[in-house]
Design a protein around this ligand. Structure first.
Ligand code: NAP
Length: 470
């Protein structure tokens, strides 16, 4: 599939194959762009600013609704493509499509709500006699750099609000799973003037880095790992940056919790998309009194998951993004076992598949839970009090989301107030998001918020206009 730059299909002399991690089939190839191509995209995106900014908010909104309808019409085709390039079960891809459609709809709505405010300058010294107001104005060109795990919806979370507030965009999709995003860019290009949406495929370390360093881009909106995020924050210069980074989300199960509900939370939270979710449940912190009953029920439910062809509707556990990624998970789990952790179920790899694994006797110093493990694993850490549970939850460089299961309001409120994370859910696992909520982590999990209204705020700048009426 070609890149789309300034409304034209652009290719390169170098290519990368996009492979289905389930069977190794080559689905398509994408061009590997170099700096000159990234430069072309930057030029075209800057040229197109005027055509977009001349449009009324009414027209931008209607066009986004139009894109939304077209995505709806092609929902099944997009879902199949996502499943093939990522290896996630088809039912999960369909959910990603439904969320993508919803995200677009929210952006179409938000395009009509970009308000400023009047500012009483007469409240300040010498301000009498002025009438002043603010406007939210577009930044210019937004570059969206996105990861493989939810390639479509996470890209839409950047480009839909960017366009809603009249920024042009350059998309640098993940090399392992670029196809659904590139196909979606074609739909956007049918609605908007040439150059409003551009795609540049190629390696993050080359073209991604070039976009980050370019003085002719106004904002980098990045979702991906902490390592890459830190590099971007150091190289972006004066441009605005939003960083949606990794997580190591805790799920606390207190002795008064509804255990069945908590088990359900772990099944969804630890095994969704084969555990490759930023806000996935990555540490399960359980009070001693209930750990026996909890683990027994969790193992039983985990063993009901069906690992198989991701295109099969019965499949509930697909592959990881690649065999290399599965090997990395295998090594991390083996290291934990060598340090005293105990596998209760799972623990085997087959190509890019890794079994849903419950692992007990995990301690906070094991790499399995110190770093973000991006695989289908539910590590259990025992604690003997609420204080200890909160301490363990906060003992990490990450702070994306968190969940606590309890029937006691005082304990729930202590967790909500004391856990250092962008979101704390009570009686719900961290792996939950609606596309309108403010989403973004504390600590090394990121900077800034997404969720359409919040993203629009970060993709506009405030201009004050003051009329001296005296
Ligand atoms: P990644 O390796 O950081 O890659 C993300 C994107 O950055 C890719 O498009 C990549 O391009 C590009 N990139 C790599 N090096 C770059 C550089 N030096 N300059 C600019 N761009 C560069 O992350 P990933 O492995 O795809 O995704 C998994 C991570 O994303 C996990 O840590 C996960 O928790 C996090 N994540 C966070 C959120 C959130 O909202 N907080 C959501 C989803 C995922 P290439 O593909 O060409 O390398």
């Amino acid at each position: 599939m070609d890149m789309l730059i300034g409304g034209k299909h652009i290719t390169s002399d170098d290519f990368e194959e996009v492979k289905n991690p389930y069977d190794g089939e080559v689905i398509d190839t994408v061009p590997i762009a170099h700096r000159q191509t990234a430069d072309l995209a930057i030029t075209e995106a800057n040229k197109a600013k005027e055509s977009l900014q001349e449009m009324s908010a009414f027209k931008v909104s209607n066009k986004l609704y139009g894109v939304c309808e077209k995505l709806k019409d092609n929902r099944e085709d997009f879902a199949e493509l996502l499943t093939k390039e990522v290896g996630k079960p088809i039912n999960e891809s369909l959910v990603e499509l439904d969320r993508s459609i919803e995200t677009l709809k929210l952006a179409a709505e938000e395009a009509k709500r970009i308000y400023g405010e009047s500012v009483p300058l007469d409240a300040g010294l010498n301000g009498k006699g002025f009438f002043a107001f603010t406007q939210r104005v577009p930044l210019g060109v937004v570059a969206a750099i996105t990861p493989f795990n939810y390639p479509l919806n996470l890209t839409i979370h950047k480009i839909a609000p960017a366009i809603a507030c009249k920024n042009t965009v350059i998309i640098k999709p993940p090399t392992e799973a670029p196809l659904a995003v590139m196909k979606f860019a074609e739909i956007l290009n049918e609605e908007f003037p040439d150059g409003v949406v551009n795609t540049v495929t190629g390696y993050g370390s080359e073209v991604g880095n070039y976009l980050v360093e370019s003085p002719n881009i106004d904002k980098i909106s990045f979702t991906g790992s902490v390592t890459t995020g830190l590099m971007i924050s150091q190289k972006a210069g004066m441009k605005k940056v939003t960083l949606e980074l990794g997580g190591n989300d805790p799920l606390i199960v207190l002795k008064d919790a509804d255990i069945d509900k908590a088990v359900k939370g772990v099944i969804n939270g630890a095994f969704l998309n084969a555990g490759q979710v930023c806000m996935g449940v990555k540490r399960i912190i359980v009070e001693d009194e209930i750990v026996g009953e909890f683990t027994e029920k969790l193992v039983k439910e985990t063993e009901k998951l069906i690992m198989g062809n991701p295109l099969d509707k019965e499949t509930t556990l697909g592959t990881l993004i690649s065999e290399k990624a599965a090997i990395q998970v295998e090594e991390t789990i083996n290291n934990a076992v060598n340090s005293g952790a105990k596998i209760l179920t799972g623990g085997n790899r087959n190509g890019a598949f890794y079994e849903a694994t419950v692992i007990d006797n995990v301690t906070s110093d094991m790499d399995l839970v110190v770093s973000e493990t991006f695989g289908p694993v539910a590590p259990i850490i025992h604690v003997n009090s609420l204080d200890e549970a909160i301490g363990v939850a906060n003992d990490t460089e990450y702070g994306l989301q968190a969940g606590v299961f309890t029937s006691d309001y005082a304990s729930a409120m202590r967790c909500a107030q004391e856990i250092e994370a962008g979101t704390v859910f009570v009686n719900k696992q961290s792996t939950f998001r609606t596309d309108n909520m403010p989403f973004g982590g504390f600590k090394n999990s990121g900077v800034g918020k997404e969720g359409i209204k919040y993203a629009v705020n970060e993709m506009t700048k405030t201009k004050l206009i003051g009329l001296n009426l005296r």
